[in-house]
Structure formats: structure tokens, C-alpha cells
Design a protein around this ligand. Structure first.
Ligand code: NDP
Length: 237
């Protein structure tokens, strides 16, 4: 069954990859809510101020979205941060912040979202991981660990929710041009591109296209999958 006007929630949908995903889904007729945390809400989308590491704020987020556009049918867990440092100089706070935002919060979000989906016996969970989960990345022990954790999480949840028509999938972007990667040194950027067969950074819209597919009715037999969107970076790993 093809659903129209689905209730979608995109965390971190106020800028970068999340905004491209939110706009893409809104353009096909979904009702899309986005979270915003340190920056404002984008025009034309329903924005909810929310720090996803705050359990009460996340409860309020789901209440607000349900009141505005109905229980969440598609969750795109996109919000994420980096706090890069080599491990010996990585502060505990940097480990905690990255694990809390990029992994722990996603488990919390999935728990809230899946309640409504179970009642509806339909749902789509799409988690935004990273090629770093598979290739590893010096200076990103915290980040790669959290992003790899999403894969185990998704596959466990795929088992738990599969019989109820709910799919759980992961996209793993490579180097994408956003605020997150704008400050990379030329050397680091070259390192990424030299390992990227397509030889260029990706665009947020190219990640959005992959998410659109995983969130679609047509992807109903795809679950527990990891879809790389990295121009071939880390392929085959
Ligand atoms: P940006 O830095 O451009 O945006 C990050 C987003 O996450 C913002 O919307 C931000 O909201 C939100 N966010 C961060 N912390 C919180 C929080 N505690 N509560 C709510 N929202 C929060 O990143 P990108 O768009 O580049 O990245 C999006 C996702 O893609 C991330 O998960 C990232 O790890 C992943 N990714 C990105 C790659 C890239 O090359 N860019 C490569 C691989 C993966 P606000 O603006 O309000 O602070």
C-alpha cells in the first residue's frame, strides 16, 4: 500500500544532510517535522526545538509531532556531531557527547517512534551512519564507534519489528559537503577523495535520494541493510 502525506520526523533536519532529506520528502507530499537545536528552524517545515540527548525533550518532541501531523510513520535519525581527537588526547566529555548524540539518542528516538509504528503495523526507520563505521578513521574513535553501533542497533531492531511491517535501515555517507566537513584540512580532504572512486565529495541531495528509497513503500522488503552513499569510499568492507 502506498501511503501519502506520511508523518515524517527528521532529526537535525534544519541544515546539512538532514535539511536535504526533509525537503526531499516534503516535496513528494510527506508532512515533515524537523528538530533544531543550536540553530533555528528552516522556513516551510514544521520545526521543534529539541536537544535529542535530553530524554524529556524527546518525549515532548513526539507529543508535538503527533499533535501536529499524527504519530511518526517515518523516522530519519540524522542529527549527529563530531568531537575529533587522537584517542590519547580525547577528553571523556568528547567521548560522552558523541556517544550520547550519535548512538544513545538514536536508540531513544527509535523507541518512541516504534511505539506508534507497532500500533499502526507499518513504519520506516532510517539511521544515518557513516563510512567511518566501516573504514575506521584516525581521530574519530568516538564517532566511528557510535556510527558502527547504529548498524548493530538497526539489525537488532529489524528482527524485533520485522513481523509488524516496520523496516530498519542504515545509510552510510562518505564525504559530503556540509558544515560538518567544511573545515577539514586540504590534506584530510585529499585523503578522503583519493579513496573515493568517484573522485568528488557528495551532495546532501544525493544522500536524501537514498533515504527517500529506504523510506518508500517500494523498499518494503529491505530491512537491516546498510546503503553506502560515498562515491565508492570504503566499498566492499
Ligand atoms: P551538520 O553539522 O551540517 O548538521 C548536524 C545536525 O545535527 C544539525 O542539524 C544539528 O542541529 C543536529 N544536532 C547536533 N546535535 C544535536 C542535538 N543534541 N540535538 C538535536 N540536533 C542536534 O552535519 P551533516 O549534515 O553533515 O551530518 C548529518 C548526519 O550525517 C550526521 O549524523 C553525520 O554524522 C552524518 N554524516 C555526515 C557526513 C559528511 O561528510 N557531512 C559523512 C558521514 C555521515 P543544530 O543545527 O540545531 O545544532
Amino acid at each position: 500500500m502506498t501511503r501519502t502525506g506520511r508523518s515524517v520526523l527528521v532529526t537535525g533536519g534544519n541544515r546539512g544532510i538532514g535539511l536535504a532529506i526533509a525537503r526531499d520528502l516534503a516535496a513528494q507530499g510527506d508532512r515533515v517535522a524537523v528538530t533544531h537545536h543550536s540553530s533555528g528552524a528552516p522556513p516551510g517545515l514544521y520545526g521543534v526545538a529539541c536537544d535529542i540527548t535530553d530524554p524529556e525533550a524527546v518525549s515532548r518532541l513526539f507529543e508535538k509531532v503527533a499533535a501536529e501531523q499524527g504519530p511518526v510513520e517515518v523516522l530519519v535519525a540524522n542529527a549527529g556531531i563530531t568531537r575529533d581527537a587522537l584517542l590519547l588526547s580525547m577528553a571523556d566529555d568528547d567521548v560522552d557527547a558523541v556517544l550520547d548524540t550519535n548512538l544513545r539518542a538514536v536508540i531513544r528516538l527509535a523507541k518512541h517512534a516504534s511505539r506508534g509504528m507497532l500500533a499502526e503495523r507499518w513504519g520506516r526507520l532510517v539511521l544515518v551512519s557513516s563510512s567511518a563505521a566501516f573504514t575506521g578513521s584516525p581521530g574519530q574513535t568516538n564517532y566511528a564507534a557510535a556510527k558502527a553501533g547504529l548498524v548493530g542497533m538497526a539489525r537488532s531492531l529489524a528482527w524485533e519489528l520485522g513481523s509488524r511491517g516496520i523496516t530498519v535501515n542504515v545509510v552510510a555517507p562518505g564525504l559530503i559537503d556540509t558544515d560538518m566537513t567544511r573545515d577539514l584540512s586540504d590534506t584530510r580532504r585529499e585523503q578522503f577523495l583519493s579513496r573515493t572512486p568517484l573522485g568528488r565529495p557528495g551532495r546532501a541531495e544525493e544522500v536524501a535520494a537514498a533515504v527517500r528509497f529506504l523510506a518508500s513503500a517500494e523498499a518494503g522488503y529491505v530491512t537491516g541493510a546498510v546503503l553506502p552513499v560515498g562515491g565508492g569510499l570504503g566499498m566492499g568492507i
